[in-house]
Design a protein around this ligand. Sequence first.
Ligand code: AMP
Ligand code: ZN
Length: 136
Amino acid sequence: MKRDDCIFCKIANGDVPSKTLFEDERFRVILDLAPATRGHALILPKEHAADLFELPEEIASGALVVAKKVAAKMSEKLHCDGLNLVQNNGEAAGQTVAHFHIHMIPRYRDDGQQINWIPGGSTEEGLEAVKREITG
Ligand code: AMP
Ligand code: ZN
């Protein structure tokens, strides 16, 4: 279902124009309006899901197949040196638009971008405890 109050539903379904790189029955891939690098794109499912938690499994798997197709094009046409896939869920994780999307960020040597986290420390006991919490 698409939501009338969701900008990405409107874009994905063609009700609002976008720079579309790829489209099929389930997805539209568009250029991000505030690109981190040249070619920064967003994979949008046409059906509304707020985030990964709400996303149907078949859309989740299909999205990665779309990423692979578009990544090949980016590599061939933009000659990028690398590519980040970034996918934010929830405000705490930096999500600003509550319609699932995957960022495709082509990377170029010396592009000056940073897509990073601060590495933490770990102990055997700490890792074991969190493993048990998640899997138990
Ligand atoms: P996130 O912070 O992961 O929710 O990413 C939202 C992304 O959507 C940002 O990179 C925005 O620049 C981008 N964005 C927001 N509105 C539009 C729009 N109308 N068309 C294209 N990109 C958009
Ligand atoms: Zn939506």
